[in-house]
Ligand binder design. Structure first.
Ligand code: BG6
Length: 481
């Protein structure tokens, strides 16, 4: 291990997961189906099919079993505690609490499951960081009202959010109302972030897009987030709320002014817009012209803008996996990405799934967002999806160690630049089902789970080399990398 300077004493070292990617037990103890449960397994080349009627005889749906965290949570939390995490980012499944999304009374067994998790975390002194909504909503709301396209969703969501905030007011301090709320700035966000299935959409990868509906849905989420923050501060004034942006950092492919301008516009739309609404409390000026130019309009209510002003977030969080280049050149070679791809950067390597690896871009991004918002920052997702080789109970994932090492070094430099970075929850704590491909083979965890792409395996947990490495990083507060 190389020696470098340490992080601030109270730095929140952690790790992250999301309910639909780990829990399994998709229809146990009163849980309803959610939209993730309707997504068939795919791969890098096979798009994930969406079936509103769930047909387990015909298809394999990876979220139904996932890694069976529902029955392994004690063991999983014990492993996280042993790794030394101070914070654990998890999400609460809406359909486990309100199976159809619109009931007045919650499902007590669902609440009990999370109460058990918080109890376990408390035992080990691990701070929970709870995402209220992470790529799942009750399937009933998708089929009944087309998800967030309908304004009624605001009330259903706020009822869900206040129910869990009331119930866990003494267990949880940090809340994220929406994972990657900016996903709805792209067409791919319709389904898994917006619960919107437009006519003609058959797969997650190829969706029919109706921008008016999509931006209305995003507006509804902004209002729901603001209402949640306002309600939450009444429930417990010590609550802290964070925005969560899928930060697609973009560079101009060339220094041609047209490329530079296009890059600025992409950054404004994809990254800045949603952060501005949630942290600054208003729609930024550039969205007015964007809506006008693109003939986008949707219905808002007068009070909405007052709510946005009042219900702002206290801290800024983001996911960071890659950077992309932007150009006007239609022939530029393209690479993939999570909510959007871009032009290939000749200076960067990419993962097997073609996501470009860019540690220095993380320092750049940290400075970019801190400069804009001046609130504490957390990186709530960062990691590498890779095909791990499992041999005699060991996994030698030196590529993952390398990835984290280089990113953490850049975090340190950003802190020296003056960025108020307070925490880091890499993606993921433990192997999970990949969101975009539905594979297990695209592994992210520090902990390996013996289950394959079709749900076969012992579900036994094994520590990867990166587990021991990260344990030492945490122990030395980032001094040993
Ligand atoms: C983020 C999501 O965008 O990317 C996670 O919040 C997701 O849920 C992660 O798992 C990595 O993407 P993927 O498609 O490789 O699982």
């Amino acid at each position: 291990m190389e020696h470098s300077q340490s992080f601030p004493q109270n730095f929140l070292w952690g790790a992250a997961t999301a309910a639909n990617q780990v829990e399994g037990a998709w229809n146990l103890d009163g849980k309803g189906a959610n939209l993730a449960d309707a997504m068939v397994a795919g791969s890098h080349d096979i798009p994930r099919k969406i079936t509103l009627t769930i047909d387990e005889d015909k298809y394999y749906y990876p979220s139904h079993k996932a890694i069976d965290h529902y029955h392994h949570y004690k063991e999983d939390i014990q492993l996280l505690a042993e790794m030394g995490v101070k914070v654990y980012r998890l999400s609460i499944s809406w359909a486990r609490i309100f199976p159809n999304g619109n009931e007045s009374e919650p499902n007590e067994k669902g609440l009990q499951f999370y109460a058990n998790i918080f109890k376990e975390l408390k035992r080990y002194n691990i701070e929970p960081l709870v995402t209220i909504y992470h790529n799942e909503m009750p399937l009933n709301l998708v089929t009944e009202i087309n998800g967030w396209a309908d304004r009624k969703c605001i009330d259903y969501y706020v009822h869900f959010a206040t129910t869990i905030m009331e119930r866990f007011k003494d267990d949880v301090k940090y809340w994220i109302p929406f994972n990657e709320i900016n996903d709805l700035t792209t067409g791919v966000g319709n389904w898994n972030h917006g619960g919107i299935l437009n006519e003609g959409t058959e797969t997650f990868q190829h969706q029919v897009d109706e921008p008016n509906k999509r931006f209305a849905a995003l507006h509804h989420q902004f209002v729901a987030s603001a209402k949640t923050v306002i309600a939450g501060k009444k429930i417990n004034p010590n609550f802290k709320f964070g925005t969560m942006i899928c930060h697609i950092t973009v560079y101009p492919l060339t220094c041609h002014p047209d490329d530079v301008l296009l890059t600025q516009q992409e950054d404004q739309l994809r990254n800045c817009f949603s952060g501005d609404v949630q942290v600054k409390g208003y729609y930024p000026y550039f969205m007015k012209s964007y809506f006008k130019k693109n003939h986008i309009s949707f219905i808002t209510e007068e009070d909405d803008f007052e709510l946005l002003k009042e219900g702002t977030c206290d801290f800024y969080t983001f996911s960071y996996y890659m950077t992309n280049c932007i150009t006007n050149d239609k022939n530029a070679v393209q690479v993939s990405g999570n909510i959007m791809g871009g032009a290939k950067n000749p200076y960067l390597q990419a993962t097997e799934w073609n996501w470009q690896i860019d540690p220095v871009g993380l320092r750049y991004t940290l400075n970019h967002v801190y400069d804009r918002y001046q609130v504490p920052i957390m990186i709530t997702e960062n990691g590498i999806g890779a095909r791990d080789i499992f041999e005699d109970g060991e996994i030698h994932d030196d590529y993952r160690i390398e990835y984290y090492k280089e990113h953490i070094q850049q975090m340190k430099l950003a802190i020296e630049d003056g960025v108020d970075l307070i925490g880091y929850t890499p993606w993921t704590a433990i192997d999970v089902v990949s969101c975009s491909t539905g594979e297990m083979a695209k592994r992210y965890g520090f902990i390996y789970v013996d289950v394959d792409d079709q749900g076969n395996g012992t579900f036994k947990r094994y520590k990867k080399d990166s587990y021991y490495w990260y344990q030492e990083v945490i122990q030395t507060n980032g001094a040993n990398l």
